[in-house]
Structure formats: structure tokens, C-alpha cells
Design a protein around this ligand. Structure first.
Ligand SMILES: *Cc1c(COP(=O)(O)O)cnc(C)c1O
Length: 432
């Protein structure tokens, strides 16, 4: 199989299947001609895969799915309209009919909020672990109704790292899959399937596409986990939607034995709830993905320089990034992240609210906004914005202090970025 750098540009696309178009074409159409009646029946019941209706599949989206699948060395992938759709669909299906997910409390704000306030209404309960760094803590939280463990490989906003292999072992010992959100790490920096992970979720809005111009998500599976009939009966339930040629209903496991989860998400969640990614957005993600290695390599280097700069500033109380001198994650970084630990960092700002405002508005090259993983550098005060859904207790539980500022480092000159931060600190703290 080709290397990562070749696959991110070429995998899953054969120009001969697309009028020899060199760039992946945008199939901007809602529906596709079916041809004859028999083919229609085959397409409708997943006996034949092919373009039918863009809510459940589209050739541009299909290239993205295949590229992500091959990049991660998985057995199935589905692209969706957003990272939140990927998270909600995965757990609505895994805990279908009721169950709980053992989760780290240090999650993206929207995910934390979904587990705290949205998914429980649909029977999907969350059990937040007490100590997200301790595999035993995950084990303690698991009960007979637990359907999965979920955590982020690099957490947002504090860039925490966890012992993924140890947590995967806990999950597998209890017959449940380990699902990770690999958004901050991106496929370039961390390969979850090499470390016991069973399902990968992406917000492709972030570093995966990298240009802050599309909302997109994905779920990828690799068939290392066996969904038992006892714990996961939904995979074995026969559905009229999955009929075979003789008209006999089939189950997701029968239709797609090596990728039942992504098949089920497509056949049921996408079919009935419909957070489909549009072909143009899929195209933008493909475009961004083709430069992921160069982007991340430079962004990691610049991040490490900014971390060193911040560590020396009196206006900064603390710096969270695995490359920081006092970071507790040096060992985990060495083991899991040989290419670096990403372009997201947070730091403690030693000023009051007014000074925070002066600081943020004084910056020229850090956009004040909620995204991350963009080519532009971004800055935000997380507790009041991206994690504003969390009440004080939940903020404490997630390790987010009131003075937290999150920085997502882009591709500008590191000299300009550091100079920009320096002048903003000087302006803020000399004016008082
Ligand atoms: C942004 C983000 C999400 C949600 O993704 P959307 O594409 O905005 O729906 C999920 N997880 C992480 C870590 C994120 O940063």
C-alpha cells in the first residue's frame, strides 16, 4: 500500500471513472439516473453500491470517503455534514435502544453538551469518568449497559494526551469499542488504528481540511472490533431496507460484515436524519487534505516556537501543550506522536476582563473566532465561548480554568506571529 503522502493526494480516485478529469469533479446534483427498474431495486436495498440520491451518497463524497478509509487503513468510512453529526450518529447507533457511553469530560464543548444535555433524551446516557488520565477510572465507570468508550486523542482546548492503548485494552476486556475523536491530531499526526482504536471520528472542518471554508465530518471503522449479538443486537436486526435479491430482509452485519457501523449510519441515520455533506464541501475537504502533511509539519514547528515564547512571558500563568517544558505528557507524546502534538495550545492570561479585550483586539494575525485547524492563526477565550455551554462544575471537570486562552496556530510566518503576540502583551500591560 502506498505511503500516507501519496494516499492523501491520490487514494480512492481513478480518473478513468470520471471522464479522465484530473481533479475530482464536483457532482452537483441531488439525484442520479437509475437506468432500469432492476438496478433501481438493487440500489435501494444496498445490493449494489452506486449513486442514487445525494443524501445517502454522491460520487464526489464517495472519493472523500474512500480516501479517508485508505488513509486510515480502515474497512469503512462515511462522510457527513459536520463533526457533530458524526458524533451524534455514532452514539445514537451504538447505544440504540438505550445504553451508556463512558466518556472523558475533556471534550469539544458541543460534544460535552450533547452528552450532558441532548443524547440522554434519546436514551444515550453519558458516564463521565472521574480521572480521564487513568485507564482504571474508565474501567470503573463501565457497567453492563455500556456500549463504548469515547475520548479525544488530543483534547480541545488544553491539548491533553491519554494512554490510548491502555484505554483500548479496558474497552476490549469489556466487549465494547474504543471510539476516538481525532480532530485536533488529524490523520497526519496520529494513526488511531495502530493503537487499538476501533472507530475514528473527525470534524473535517478543522485541520483535516485546514482552510476554514467547509463544515464536514467523518466516521471511519476498521473491523478489529466484533459487535456481539448480545450487547449490540441492532447490528443483527434484519431490515426491509437491506433486502437481498430474493426480497429477504438482511442485517447490517450481513450486508457489510467488515464495516457494519458505517453501513448502518448510512442506511438509517443518514437516510432518516439526513446530515449529508454536499459535494462542494466534500471537494473542499479533498482539496485541503492534499496538503495536510506540509501544513501540519509547519504548524507544529511554529506552535513549538510560540509555546517557548509564551513560557517566558510574565503575563502568562501557564502554557498547555505537550511540547511545554513542564508538560506531563512528554512520555505519551514520544510514544504516540512522533511527528508532533499539533497546533492547538492554551495558556493562562494574567489580566482582567478589560485587559483580555485589549489584548485580543490588539492582535493583527490571530483572528478572534471559534474555529481551529485553519491556515490562519486563531485565538479565543474558551470558557466564555467554545465551552460556554459548560457550567462552572463542568468547566472544572474538563480542566478549563477561567483564565484560559486557546490558540490555533496557522501558517503565517512564526516571526510575525510572535511579534504580534509581543506587541499585544506590551500594549495591554503597559496601558494600565
Ligand atoms: C469542531 C469540533 C467538533 C465538531 O465539529 P463540527 O464540524 O463543527 O460539527 C468535534 N470535535 C472536535 C474536537 C472539534 O474541534
Amino acid at each position: 500500500m502506498a505511503d500516507f503522502d501519496t494516499k492523501r493526494i491520490r487514494a480512492g480516485y481513478n480518473s478513468a471513472d470520471h471522464n479522465y478529469a484530473v481533479n475530482v469533479p464536483i457532482y452537483q446534483t441531488a439525484a442520479f439516473d437509475i437506468g432500469d427498474v432492476a438496478r433501481g431495486e438493487r440500489l435501494w436495498t444496498f445490493q449494489e453500491t452506486g449513486a442514487l440520491y445525494t443524501r445517502v451518497g454522491n460520487p464526489t463524497v464517495g472519493v472523500l470517503e474512500e480516501r479517508l478509509r485508505l488513509l486510515e487503513e480502515g474497512t469503512g468510512a462515511i462522510a457527513l455534514a459536520s463533526g457533530m453529526a458524526a458524533i451524534s450518529y455514532t452514539f445514537l447507533y451504538l447505544a440504540q435502544g438505550g445504553g451508556n457511553i463512558v466518556v472523558s469530560p475533556a471534550l469539544y464543548g458541543g460534544a460535552e453538551d450533547a452528552f450532558s444535555h441532548f443524547l440522554p433524551h434519546y436514551g444515550v446516557k453519558a458516564k463521565f469518568v472521574e480521572d480521564r488520565f487513568s485507564p482504571e477510572s474508565y474501567e470503573k465507570a463501565i457497567d453492563t449497559d455500556t456500549k463504548a468508550i469515547f475520548l479525544e486523542t488530543i483534547s480541545n482546548p488544553n491539548a491533553e494526551l491519554y494512554d490510548i492503548e491502555a484505554i483500548a485494552k479496558v474497552a476490549h476486556r469489556h466487549g465494547i469499542p474504543l471510539v476516538v475523536d481525532n480532530t485536533v491530531a488529524t490523520p497526519y499526526l496520529f494513526h488511531p488504528f495502530s493503537h487499538g482504536v476501533d472507530v475514528i471520528i473527525y470534524s473535517a472542518t478543522k485541520g483535516l481540511s485546514g482552510h476554514g471554508n467547509a463544515i464536514a465530518g467523518a466516521v471511519i471503522e476498521n473491523n478489529t472490533f466484533h459487535f456481539s449479538k448480545e450487547k449490540f443486537p441492532q447490528f443483527y436486526e434484519k431490515s426491509y431496507k437491506l433486502k437481498d435479491a430474493a426480497g429477504v430482509a438482511r442485517s447490517p452485519i450481513e450486508v457489510s460484515p467488515d464495516a457494519p457501523l458505517t453501513l448502518a449510519i448510512r442506511a438509517f441515520l443518514l437516510e432518516f436524519i439526513g446530515a449529508a455533506i454536499g459535494p462542494f464541501d466534500a471537494y473542499l475537504v479533498l482539496q485541503g487534505l492534499s496538503t495536510i502533511s506540509e501544513r501540519l509539519e509547519k504548524q507544529v514547528k511554529t506552535t513549538e516556537k510560540i509555546v517557548k515564547f509564551l513560557e517566558r512571558r510574565d503575563e502568562v500563568g501557564w502554557v498547555n501543550h505537550p511540547s511545554a517544558a513542564d508538560s506531563p505528557y512528554h512520555q505519551l507524546a514520544k510514544k504516540y506522536f512522533p511527528k508532533g502534538t499539533g497546533a492547538l495550545l492554551s495558556f493562562g492570561f494574567k489580566g482582567d476582563r478589560e485587559q483580555l479585550n485589549t489584548f485580543i483586539t490588539a492582535l493583527s494575525y490571530f483572528s478572534y473566532q471559534a474555529n481551529l485547524g485553519d491556515v490562519r492563526s486563531l485565538i479565543i477565550n474558551s470558557p466564555k465561548t467554545t465551552h460556554a455551554e459548560l457550567n462552572e462544575q463542568h468547566l472544572i471537570r474538563a480542566g478549563i480554568s477561567y483564565d484560559t486562552i486557546r490558540v490555533s496556530v496557522g501558517l503565517e510566518s512564526s516571526v510575525d506571529l510572535i511579534e504580534d503576540l509581543k506587541q499585544a502583551f506590551e500594549k495591554t500591560f503597559q496601558s494600565k
